[in-house]
Design a protein around this ligand. Structure first.
Ligand SMILES: Nc1ncnc2c1ncn2[C@@H]1O[C@H](COP(=O)(O)OP(=O)(O)OP(=O)(O)O)[C@@H](O)[C@H]1O
Length: 306
């Protein structure tokens, strides 16, 4: 089966400024790809190129195994997208908005309107106009519009931006459901990395227009180094005890005096006993791992978070 999407050396330059540089990625069926990057990293630019909302300066795109402008035009009918903002008409109800999008996109069956409204939980909005919708409702209606043609690839640019916690969970559940039940491939960008960690099966990390890394959730978990997190009254003395009594140098003392021990992960009690025997008062000892956010920060060289 061909990949859903392949980009090869995709590059976009705006008046000499390189917004995307040599981007080569592959998306496979039925996976949720979290696209991560700081403001201005090139996430929307990449999504726009794939959705056909902009032309690359160089490089190529293959969708469902087909490349070339003519074939891409056809294959893009298999894509649904909500990029930057949901494109809604403020004066129209949810259903009218859906009908408008359905007609301009030439989707024949009208029943799909109710189906999408139900899927995103907007069946009860009646005569209420889109202008009076909450941000979460607007986002969900935008997703419903993107789903009208029953796409195989769904592109969502920051769909949870500005949503309250309940709204965030609703979008997460919807995305996971679409992937599981319809084998839909989803490319989703967000600055909310803890949330993306709960949603995505794969991660694409982009920095200053270039792909820094692509990895699966399993690879991420393996790379997020696990450690014992120790809180105590004397971190300097603790360091000496770790080196002299436990013969390890694999630790880090953080500015807040927490100590991360990368050794003895399954010997918590032994560590606790040795520290106690050496007069160190331990107020916290737990096994922990790095988060997606920590990993992202260390990967892009400690710059501000996404
Ligand atoms: N039409 C344009 N003309 C000139 N520069 C542009 C244009 N569109 C995007 N850029 C620039 O390209 C870079 C990448 O922008 P892009 O919107 O893709 O970033 P992003 O990762 O989506 O950021 P954010 O998280 O803030 O949405 C930015 O520096 C942006 O200013």
């Amino acid at each position: 089966m061909p990949s859903v999407l392949q980009t090869n050396g995709l590059t976009k330059t705006y008046h000499g400024f390189s917004a995307l540089h040599d981007v080569s990625i592959t998306l496979e069926t039925g996976r949720i790809y979290g696209l991560i990057g700081q403001n201005g990293a090139g996430k929307s630019t990449l999504m726009r190129m794939v959705a056909g909302l902009g032309f690359p300066t160089a490089g190529s795109i293959t969708l469902f195994g087909h490349g070339g402008e003519k074939a891409l035009q056809e294959e893009r009918k298999r894509i649904g997208s909500m990029i930057e903002h949901p494109s809604l008409i403020a004066d129209m109800t949810a259903k009218e908005n859906l009908r408008f999008h359905r007609l301009i996109r030439g989707v024949p069956n009208a029943e799909t309107e109710d189906k999408q409204l139900e899927l995103v939980g907007l069946t009860d909005t009646g005569r209420k106009k889109a202008r009076d919708f909450s941000l979460g409702m607007k986002q969900r209606l935008g997703i419903a519009c993107a789903l009208l043609s029953n796409p195989e690839l769904l592109i969502l640019d920051e769909p949870i931006n500005g949503l309250d916690p309940l709204g965030v969970v609703e979008i997460r559940n919807l995305v996971i459901k679409l992937c599981k039940e319809r084998q839909m491939t989803i490319l989703i960008s967000s600055h909310n990395l803890p949330e993306l960690y709960q949603t995505a099966t794969d991660y694409i990390i982009i920095h200053k227009g270039e792909i820094k890394q692509t990895l699966t959730l399993a690879e991420l978990d393996e790379r997020c180094r696990h450690h014992l997190c120790i809180q105590c009254d004397q971190p300097e003395k603790l360091a000496v005890v770790l080196e002299e009594r436990l013969h390890t140098h694999s630790y880090q003392v953080l500015p807040d005096k927490t100590v991360k021990l990368f050794d003895y992960l399954d010997k918590k009690e032994q560590v606790a006993n040795v520290l106690f025997d050496n007069g160190i008062v331990v107020t916290g000892l737990s096994k922990e791992g790095e988060t997606l956010e920590d990993y992202f920060v260390s990967l892009i060289g400690g710059e501000k978070h996404a």
